[in-house]
Ligand binder design. Structure first.
Ligand code: ADP
Length: 301
């Protein structure tokens, strides 16, 4: 039994600049890199590096970089048998700008991620027989719904990182056991402003009322709001010097499910995941910033 991640694979094109260009402005960046990314892939890599047996259900295009991306996942120990190569499309792309405050802006083209349809998912039905299913929102919503339904029917814990922010049908939320929005995503889903702990508590209650047992709202450098029905509290994160917050949430999610997979109680799993995410913000890039288990344990000592 394993963890299955169904989600996106992207190639991130990252430019670092002093500040973001305004509309119509051209700014020369300091450095440009091509980095493996995509929320599904990032979270699968984070889970695998944190020690979980991990499968990734996803699609890439027929471009030159796709093969090296998939080889990279295999090198991280991820089962890649359910990664399809789709003819006639490109692998998903993210154009990322990172400024001197470590903030980012991201423009996405879904490419092959849009080809992970419910019909294609059916071909990988065996992968949904898992202990935990981890989903995000960079693949078609119908596919997430079908995956959640199939995994839940077979007794899996369904974990949804509802990113990027968008409205979601109650039908999907009712299948979710654990949801991990950031502040913006929690506001969008709950219709409640999340500017402080009281706002986080109110948003968590709205999500509990939709049928979700555990709500974790990630609050950037402030840590997380951890809420189990009727009981919420803020858990501070680790104090580090942030250089690039790309994939902080992805690292948190992958490490969280890996810790739960290993049987850690929720509070300890959150602590482990916050340590992993804190390390990731001290390094540039998406998958390039994701720590390995030994590094996370060293921070926890
Ligand atoms: P997202 O990247 O999805 O917006 P957050 O910014 O909320 O997610 O970050 C996810 C988690 O990463 C946080 O809950 C926290 O544990 C960790 N984290 C993010 N930014 C920092 C930071 N500047 N310092 C320490 N930990 C951070």
């Amino acid at each position: 039994m394993t963890l299955t991640v169904a989600g996106s694979i992207n190639i991130d094109h990252v430019i670092r600049l002093p500040q973001f260009p305004r509309p119509g402005e051209t700014l020369t960046g300091r450095d440009y890199r091509i980095v493996p990314g995509g929320k599904g892939a990032n979270q699968a890599v984070a889970a695998a590096r944190a020690g979980a047996t991990t499968r990734l259900v996803a699609c890439v295009g027929e471009d030159a970089l796709a093969g090296s991306l998939v080889a990279g996942f295999a090198a991280d120990g991820i089962d890649t048998a359910a990664i399809d190569t789709v003819a006639g499309v490109n692998t998903g792309v993210a154009l990322i700008q990172v400024n001197d405050n470590g903030e980012n802006t991201i423009a996405l083209a879904a490419g092959a991620n849009g080809e992970l349809t419910p019909a294609r998912l059916e071909r990988h039905a065996a992968a949904l027989n898992c202990e935990q299913l981890l989903l995000q929102l960079e693949i078609p919503l119908d596919t997430n719904l079908a995956a959640a339904r199939a995994a839940k029917t077979q007794g899996a814990r369904v974990v949804l990182n509802p990113a990027p922010a968008r409205p979601l049908p109650d039908e999907l939320l009712a299948l979710v056991d654990l949801i991990t929005p950031n502040e913006t995503e929690a506001e969008q889903l709950a219709g409640v402003a999340v500017n402080d702990d009281a706002g986080a508590a109110a948003a968590a209650e709205v999500l509990h009322a939709k049928g979700i047992d555990t709500v974790i709202i990630t609050l950037g450098a402030r840590g997380v709001w951890l809420s189990e029905r009727g009981q919420g509290r803020r858990v501070p994160g680790f104090s580090v010097q942030a250089v690039d917050t790309t994939a902080a949430g992805d690292t948190f999610n992958g490490a969280l499910v890996a810790a739960l997979q290993q049987g850690l109680p929720l509070a300890q799993a959150v602590h482990f995941a916050q340590a992993a995410a804190a390390i990731s913000v001290t390094r540039p890039g998406a998958q390039t910033s994701v720590p390995f288990r030994a590094e996370i344990e060293a921070l926890l000592e």
